[in-house]
Design a binder for this molecule. Structure first.
Ligand code: FMN
Length: 487
């Protein structure tokens, strides 16, 4: 067959490409949430997904989640206040905190009190009372029988068992606890038994931060199948949907996600590299140089004792190695005093650059304010004290990176997945190569627009039109150029 010389951008009409961008994914999902494009910027802890990032995504018809994890309560509260009057959809992270259950509860209550209507629930290992309380708050029935649920949860999971739990109605036991507490009425509990805890679940494949490193191609169809199964089982009045995050950094990956049936896509790593993110320019520079294999797993600060790991950058920092060493030591000894002197000296001189006794004093003061039970426990249980001291390092390592503290560059903890390398390869040689040119809106629009162009190319190819190979080489376009196509 002859190769056809078609310009994929202008073939047909601009309008059809614009329409295609808006039709990728599940257009009912976009309509329900008030979005133009099925593109979500996932929560990134410690306000790395900042208010500015959420605003920018909202401005272009996408959805951003504010990164509430790991922040003082007052900082989350002021972000909620700043975004309260927004005339675009936005959401906040509700992260599972098994080590600090009071914090999770306080956060859920803050969202309820302030009328936050959308949260991204993540890192849950089991369902909790605050989560169910958030979802069921204000549930009621209209005169025509419709059940109205004001609060929406988009859950992010890497495991099918959890997807099943989120797609199911809230557990009866937790509903009864809420009734007993007076948080909801028995009638509300009855209504809640007929809705899914989350109508949307994001399948989180191999991503930056908390991840099970599942391959998207295997994980997504599984989660989508769970959605269909649970839909049939509970015969809900609403449609369950599965989105996909983890590894999406290029038009090709986005087009593949939509081709698999993703209702929406979610990105993270590539947004951290954009100028609106709440990290430092130093980290943005490191991210702009990251290649596929420059990431690895390291112990997580929040679930250190449980052996949970997070995906981080390994190029240009020794954090993954040092954090792994700390976990090894934690497993091997019952308390700080049992660590051989030479090893302790090395930790204090090289890793911490501080005396462990001083670190404990700082950590103690911190927890006395935030969660005094941690201090009581540590003073009873020396292994817990050791965990808190080691977690100080893991926590600070993220701050040193975020604040661009150059003297601690070897200890930077930068959450990042292989998506970063894919993005850097795609934009190499283009205006998006320098980190200063990466805005979250330009990156996001390029991915959605490029996915539409590739989808159009595939439709043509399946109809027998032979395209030249360069037609499939989607190059990044300037923001104004894309806006022209999409206007
Ligand atoms: C720097 C960084 C911080 C993150 N922090 C959180 C978080 O606090 N809560 C959360 O739900 N997901 C968090 N994630 C995951 C993202 O929201 C998103 O699901 C993920 O990054 C998508 O995969 P990708 O990194 O391959 O794009 C984080 C990711 C990164 C890169």
């Amino acid at each position: 067959m002859e190769t056809t010389d078609i310009n994929l951008y202008t073939f047909g009409s601009h309008k059809s490409l614009k329409d295609l961008c808006e039709k990728l994914g599940d257009s009912d999902f976009c309509a329900d949430l008030g979005l133009r494009y099925p593109y979500l910027g996932g929560s990134m802890a410690k306000r790395i997904s900042s208010v500015a990032m959420v605003e920018e995504l909202g401005r272009i018809g996408m959805l951003g989640f504010f990164g509430a994890a790991g922040l003082p309560f007052s900082v989350v509260e002021s972000a909620v206040d700043r975004l309260a009057g927004a005339d675009f959809p936005c959401g906040f992270n509700l992260i599972h905190s098994p080590q600090e259950p009071d914090l999770e509860k306080a956060l859920a209550e803050l969202y309820i009190r302030k009328g936050v209507r959308l949260v991204e629930a993540s890192a849950f290992l089991a369902l909790t009372l605050p989560l169910v309380r958030y979802r069921t708050h204000g549930i009621h029935r209209l005169p025509d029988g419709t059940i109205v649920v004001p609060n929406r949860i988009i859950a992010k999971v890497s495991r099918e068992e959890l997807a099943e739990k989120f797609f199911s109605p809230p557990p009866e036991k937790l509903l009864q606890e809420l009734v007993a507490e007076g948080a909801i009425t028995a009638e509300q509990a009855g209504l809640a038994a007929r809705i899914p805890l989350a109508q949307e679940v994001t399948a989180e494949a191999d991503s930056g931060g908390h991840t099970d490193n599942r391959p998207a191609l295997a994980l997504f169809p599984t989660i989508q199948s769970v959605a269909l199964r649970m839909q049939a089982k509970y015969d809900y009045a609403v449609k369950l949907r599965a989105g996909l995050g983890g590894g999406i950094a290029t038009p090709a990956a986005a087009a593949a996600a939509f081709a698999m049936g993703a209702a929406y896509i979610m990105t993270g790593s590539i947004n951290q590299a954009c100028i609106e993110s709440g990290t430092s320019d130093e980290v943005r520079r490191m991210l702009a140089e990251t290649r596929q294999a420059d990431v690895s797993m390291a112990p997580a600060a929040d679930m250190f004792e449980m052996g949970v790991t997070v995906q981080v950058l390994k190029r240009g920092t020794m954090f993954p190695m040092r954090a792994a060493k700390l976990y090894e030591i934690y497993r091997a000894y019952a308390c700080l005093e049992d660590i051989p002197t030479a090893e302790r000296d090395k930790l204090e001189k090289t890793f911490f650059q501080a005396a462990m006794s001083d670190i404990w004093q700082n950590t103690r003061s911190y927890f006395l304010e935030r969660d005094p039970r941690q201090v009581e426990r540590a003073e009873r249980d020396p292994k817990h004290l050791m965990a808190l001291v080691f977690r100080w390092y893991l926590g600070q390592a993220a701050h040193w990176a975020k604040d661009g503290q150059v003297s601690r560059k070897m200890d930077y903890q930068v959450w990042c997945g292989p998506a970063m390398g894919a993005f850097n390869e795609w934009v190499a040689g283009s205006f998006l190569e320098p980190p200063a040119r990466r805005t979250v809106s330009t990156v996001a629009l390029n991915i959605i627009f490029g996915a539409a162009v590739l989808t159009r190319a595939n439709i043509l190819r399946y109809q027998g039109v032979q395209l030249p190979p360069e037609a499939l080489n989607i190059q990044p376009l300037e923001y104004t150029q894309i806006k022209e196509y999409l206007s």
